[in-house]
Design a protein around this ligand. Structure first.
Ligand SMILES: NC(=O)c1ccc[n+]([C@@H]2O[C@H](COP(=O)([O-])OP(=O)(O)OC[C@H]3O[C@@H](n4cnc5c(N)ncnc54)[C@H](O)[C@@H]3O)[C@@H](O)[C@H]2O)c1
Length: 451
């Protein structure tokens, strides 16, 4: 299929469509790509609601960062963040009040990186526009909503040679980093199976008038699939070197009915006219279970439920030929062979021995500076350090596209009686030779944390 057709907003409707959407061209491989190094990384932020201001604050604690611009459609959000930077070295330009002002931020010449934390439907349009204007991109999860958008990200990143990193912070959580390092040292043997989840009760937040801009997150719930797969999937995919030695072949997805959302919409609408447009609608089923098979014969199980009263869980389970690791409930635990989980003392010894380099270097500072216990800070610091040292980023555009694609693929499978659907190879075959993510910190690691 020609690239022009891919760009027409076409979304996969059959298993084969998803596969055929591969561009007819020789691709430039962005996996392992090192952009010219930047001593100073000049950042523009778009989207300053719940998530964006936390990223601004974190970046304010990283050496070699200049915050050059802030954008949010709501002036009060931009002004609050601008105020929080008073007295710092940062003097950002402001873009606000109009739907398309973010384009001016992307066009601002003295910006290297555009950092996007907006509603999902704006992620790909903003990311591609930014790359087309010569900027690297960090974009919140999920990076794309359709298969077509996934390919747009890949095509734009390859053509412009700009990084497009999806901000999958869970890859930087402490237990996930530790066990990834243990996988690399062979402690679990060959990885056979992984599990990941996003079970987080957001029901009240989704229906809140204040929590999300213009009720965007509630409106997403008319799509029936695993809408938020990347938190559970990212760390598991890294242990299996997906896109870097293995690839996903196909998936099947099953969805429960909705037992919660329609009822809540109708209860609220009975008391408050604001909710009338949300009543009498068919909502996404509460629980989605998606199973993925990889080319090397591994399996992955994902769960997604944000609308029933579950205890927070991202699962994170990996099992291999020699042992397994499991987190949630916390703390995480590790076992070898079929013996019991290691005792706390045994685990502590392993933790000391296999602590990955990034945690040794800035783990304690990251915990103090925070962001989901410190993992957000590890992610931002590592990204800036890579850009400043001219290193490839840990999460590239193929990860962004693949991990995001689970949402539309699972929607298709759910709509088709859980039939299987082919997962596109966004690397166009390069997965066979792409190298695993470098977690040694042997290159780089030179950026200071500003406390
Ligand atoms: N990785 C994580 O742990 C994590 C946690 C929370 C949220 N997120 C992601 O962050 C993103 C934002 O979530 P949130 O909770 O901050 O939502 P939010 O609604 O609080 O923030 C989105 C912001 O985008 C702004 N916006 C909307 N349209 C715009 C436009 N045209 N131009 C400029 N700004 C515009 C809104 O005014 C709002 O302030 C989502 O993608 C979400 O999935 C990730």
């Amino acid at each position: 299929m020609a690239l022009e057709n891919i760009m027409k907003g076409f979304s996969a409707t059959t298993p084969d469509d998803a596969f055929k959407l591969q561009p007819d061209k020789t691709h430039f491989n962005m996996c392992g790509y090192a952009a010219p190094k930047l001593d100073i990384v000049r950042i523009g932020f778009i989207g300053l609601g719940n998530r964006g201001p936390q990223a601004v604050d974190r970046m304010n604690h990283i050496e070699g960062v200049e915050i050059k611009a802030l954008c949010d459609i709501r002036p009060e959000k931009v002004n609050a963040v601008k105020k929080s930077l008073e007295g710092s070295i940062h003097k950002p330009a402001i873009y606000t009040d109009k739907e398309d002002e973010w384009k001016k931020l992307c066009e601002q010449p003295d910006i290297d990186l555009v950092y996007i934390a907006t509603p999902w439907s704006l992620h790909t349009p903003m990311a591609t526009y930014a790359m087309n204007h010569g900027k690297h991109v960090c974009v919140e999860v999920p990076a794309a909503k359709t298969i077509d958008e996934c390919w747009q990200l890949v095509e734009t990143s390859e053509r412009t040679k700009k990084h497009c990193m999806m901000l999958e912070n869970c890859c930087y959580d402490f237990f996930e980093l530790l066990t990834l390092n243990m996988v690399r040292q062979g402690l679990f043997g060959e990885i056979i199976h992984g599990e990941g989840a996003y079970d987080h009760d957001l029901l009240a937040g989704n229906f809140s008038k204040e929590k999300y801009y213009n009720m965007w997150r509630l409106k997403e719930n008319f799509r029936n699939g695993n809408l938020y797969p990347t938190h559970g999937l990212g760390p598991v995919a890294q242990t299996m070197n997906i896109n870097r030695g293995d690839k996903m072949d196909y998936l099947v997805a099953m969805q429960s009915n909705d037992f919660m959302m329609a009822q809540m919409a109708s209860d609220l609408a009975a008391k408050d006219d604001f909710y009338k447009p949300f009543a009498n609608k068919k909502y996404r089923g509460n629980m989605n279970v998606t199973s993925i098979r990889t080319n090397k014969g591994r399996s992955i199980m994902l769960q997604h439920d944000v609308t029933s009263p579950n205890i927070y869980s991202r699962i994170y389970k990996i099992s291999g030929t020699k042992g397994s690791a499991l987190k949630y409930p916390e703390p995480g635990r590790v076992a070898f062979d079929d013996k019991d989980w290691l005792t706390q003392e045994e685990y502590k010894k392993l933790e000391e021995k296999y602590q990955p380099a990034i945690v040794k270097k800035i783990g304690e500072e990251a915990k103090k500076l925070g962001g989901h216990g410190g993992m957000d800070f590890l992610m931002d610091w590592r990204t800036i350090d890579c850009l400043r040292n001219g290193l490839p980023l840990d999460e590239d555009v193929y990860d962004a596209a693949l991990w995001s694609s689970i949402a539309p693929l699972s929607e298709w499978s759910v709509a088709n009686r859980s039939n299987s659907i082919t997962v596109p190879d966004f690397t166009s075959g390069s997965w066979k030779t792409n190298q695993p993510v470098d977690i040694t910190l042997e290159k780089g690691g030179t950026t200071k944390v500003l406390v």
